[in-house]
Design a protein around this ligand. Structure first.
Ligand SMILES: Cc1cc2nc3c(=O)[nH]c(=O)nc-3n(C[C@H](O)[C@H](O)[C@H](O)COP(=O)(O)OP(=O)(O)OC[C@H]3O[C@@H](n4cnc5c(N)ncnc54)[C@H](O)[C@@H]3O)c2cc1C
Length: 314
């Protein structure tokens, strides 16, 4: 695949990020003969996992296998250039956007798709030992990894949000314990959990004990050790990888969860003309199949606009 820099002509489309959302967007752009550059720093969120689940026909594939296949298949499309680099800034200009890369080049494009995902900041969890088990036996998503740990002794690490996540996790295993790591939770939530035979440990956690990435036990400050085989996390510890959307003027609104979210349409359009956001960058956590679907749907709507503009100009 070519990594030479594009000429100085204005591109139809630049896609920042080459995870499932960005690569799927690029594939549709290539198939639509749209002049496109994908810039990808190649540090996807799920790089810590060994297997990716739930993407039909590719269930259990290693995340890097999915990426390498996507990259190889994209190479067949002559109007798409793939650049392994990091975008350092984006700027609105009259004809569209300027996108600066860390190699010093600047791309000019009429339309811009941001697919830069989310970053998990494990430090925020304050769980000693989490790095060794994250993505191996402690996970963010029960749909992604619950099946592999069905009927095991599960831990749920979380404070206030645990009550919303516990009923889900119980579908995969009746043996569930909540660890708040020193956080308090509402008495009503505590009662609901214990009355469903979910013990709640409010004490701070000293460390997670693991063997070869496999959770073995949760050790509390008191020294008490509770054996667990795997776990899920309901606390917030992630943030958007980039703030390009906000700095280009995309607005936000409050959500039902007391947070804020970028105002983005179903097809990824924003309040800024010709600027789109897809994948985790849009939702916080899409999963691979939904991220890929968002990338594809977004570029289909972009292609529709380009085709209409060209038709009207002719
Ligand atoms: C531990 C774990 C396990 C998971 N398991 C599953 C699973 O089994 N099944 C499932 O469906 N989902 C799973 N997920 C979720 C899944 O990984 C994400 O939902 C999905 O990868 C989102 O795709 P994306 O393209 O939006 O973002 P990403 O896959 O994160 O890709 C974003 C890309 O943008 C690039 N990028 C970021 N900033 C820049 C920049 N400035 N310039 C250039 N490039 C940039 C990054 O390097 C990266 O390659 C898991 C997530 C985690 C954390």
């Amino acid at each position: 695949m070519s990594t030479k820099l594009p000429n100085l002509n204005i591109l139809d489309l630049v896609i920042i990020g080459g995870g499932p959302a960005g690569m799927s967007a690029a594939l549709i752009a290539g198939r639509s003969l749209v002049d496109t550059v994908v810039v990808n720093a190649e540090s996807p969120r799920n790089a810590v996992t060994n297997a990716s689940h739930g993407f039909f026909t590719r269930d259990g594939a290693h995340p890097s296998e999915l990426f390498e296949t996507a990259k190889a298949q994209l190479a067949a499309y002559g109007t798409v250039q793939y650049i392994n680099d990091t975008v350092t800034s984006t700027r609105r200009v009259p004809e569209g956007f300027e996108v600066s890369l860390s190699n010093g080049s600047v791309l000019s494009t009429r339309k811009l798709v941001i697919a830069t995902g989310y970053t998990d900041d494990l430090q925020l969890l304050g769980l000693a030992g989490i790095e060794a088990v994250y993505g191996k036996s402690v996970y963010p998503c029960v749909f992604c990894d619950g099946f592999e740990h069905r009927n095991e002794r599960l831990a749920l690490f979380g404070g206030e949000m645990a009550i919303h996540y516990a009923p889900m996790i119980r579908l995969w295993s009746k043996d569930l314990a909540v660890f708040t790591n020193g956080a308090t939770i509402e008495p009503e939530a505590l009662n609901a959990l214990t009355s469903h035979d979910v013990p709640v440990y409010l004490e701070p956690i000293r460390s997670l004990e693991a063997h070869d990435g496999r959770l073995v036990a949760v050790e509390l400050e008191s020294g008490e050790r509770i054996e667990r085989d795997a776990g899920f996390i309901s606390d917030e510890y992630s943030h958007p990888t980039t703030t390009f959307a906000q700095s280009l003027g995309v607005t936000s609104s409050p959500t039902d969860w007391g947070t804020t979210a970028l105002d983005i349409s179903e097809a990824g359009a924003t309040n800024v003309a010709d600027l789109y956001v897809v994948g985790d960058a849009k939702t916080g956590f899409s999963g691979i199949v939904a991220a890929a679907a968002q990338g594809a749907e977004c570029v289909e709507s972009i292609v529709h606009e380009i085709a209409t503009q060209r038709w009207n100009r002719a």
